[in-house]
Design a protein. Sequence first.
Length: 577
Amino acid sequence: MVLRVTVKCFLFTILSSLLFFGTSYGEPEVTILQGNLLGTTITTRNNRSISAFLGIPYGQPPIGNLRFANPVAAGAWNGTLNATRDGSVCPQALGSISGSEDCLYLNVYTPQLPVNTSTLLPVMVWIHGGAFLHGSSSSATFSPDYLLDSNIVLALPNYRIGALGFLSTGNEVAAGNWGLKDQILALKWVQNNIEYFGGDPDQVTLFGQSAGSASVHLLSLSKAAKGLFHRYITQSGSALSTWAHLPSAGYASRAFQLGGYVGCDNDTSSALIECLRTVNASDIVASASQFYVWESVPVVVWGPTDEPDIEGAVLTDSPTNLFAKGEFCDLPWMTGIVRDEGILMTGAFYSDDEMFYDFLDNFDLVLPEMLTLNYQTDSGAAWVKAMKTFYFNDDFTTNSTELLTNLTRLFGDANFIYPTLDGLQQQLPLAVNPQYFYLFNYRGTYSLAAGIPDAVMHTDDVIYLFPLRSIVGGDNLTDTDFEMVDNMVQLWTSFAINGTPTILASKENVTCTEYSTMDNYLRIGNQSEVTLSMEYSLFKERMEFWASLVHAEASTATLTNTSTGILVLLFICSKLI
């Protein structure tokens, strides 16, 4: 350890002597291990000048033989790299197909140039969401305007998504999880370079939302990510969510289906991957719609999976089994959800009656696909039956408002809320480090549920950490909204700085306490009011319903362990928790 510190300090001293801050254009420069970077100066919400370095390559373009392969660190460059523009987004389809496979770039924002080596700042690394299918770290979406009013350094990487990021043949030929491996490579880049931006590589907080949150949680279960971060925050996404892990046993056949769609009708994994490496990336991206069974369902076509135990593997078992074995990184953890998570999946039904009633007509077929129950041997029929009884009393003839409310709760509970709570409860008796749980319940000027009054939707919490200009389309927040920004930034950055989410002293006399057997959580907001309060037993009856399903399956597992079919059923059913 002493040698490592001595060598790093020696390198840092040499590189620091080469730094030149304030070019003839007044823009910041920094020299890292790969070479010199020219950045730009931007201003935060509170008029703090910070340095921004955009489009820094951390991985080589994953093309040719690097497609469907572990990422390789980017090399050095000659001269000064212009780091004033975002790198390309990874290939994706939102309406039209965009992006480039040369997309392994990250953005870094720092308030501390020139660097003060005696006071390196805590680092926060953001993993974007997007159903493992779309999204990027674009500065137009995830600008540092709010977070960089605090003394932190912020890094945001792109990572491969869709089939290019998560295709797997279920064996060593193409083990999968390329997007997660990109995230790990980005974290290694942070360890090697962030101090040249004034960041402390020994104080890294990994945080993300939705698929980004599930990614963070999965990395907390991975030995491959051990030591690369020291605290983590998961927002609306759990490794225990059914959509966050697709079992390799049933998932591998999708790779061959994809091959058939793009002209690679091969019989072996090796031949398939060799062929797929020659296919135009846009054709691979466009093939996602071929897997839809109803509208844009399933949402997650390609996602994380379990891998063979080979070099570079991220997950060699299911998250359910890893939790059961206590194999997680015991680090300070903050996690939470928003109140109306399920509107992510029911939002269109509020304005499209025809689609809503078509869904109800095809409920038994579509629901298992929307909840990723299709890997069960009965396609989730037993679970669907239980949900019909609990959420709808086996009656779809009531008014549409009541049906939509209950359907939204079902989707939110199954996909986000219960998996988050279950992870906390499983980890609680085993963890030494503290855990914190929150519910975001504030509806401000902007919401992704713009057409649904009073709803607090999936991603609404992110609006108060990042402006999300490319999504919500404006800066016209009210004073009340900015009060919520102040609270969210304080809670998130204080956790990154000292491991404890701290509430502003000017607020009500509330202390955010560690999660315990009392099932306590911090409620952030009360509809249109900026309030903070400690509450207990979140959605108690609904969470007990989901726990009863899980315990029933666990009891069945104890009694029946004789059939491979039953084992597969239990394994996949357990993914509901």
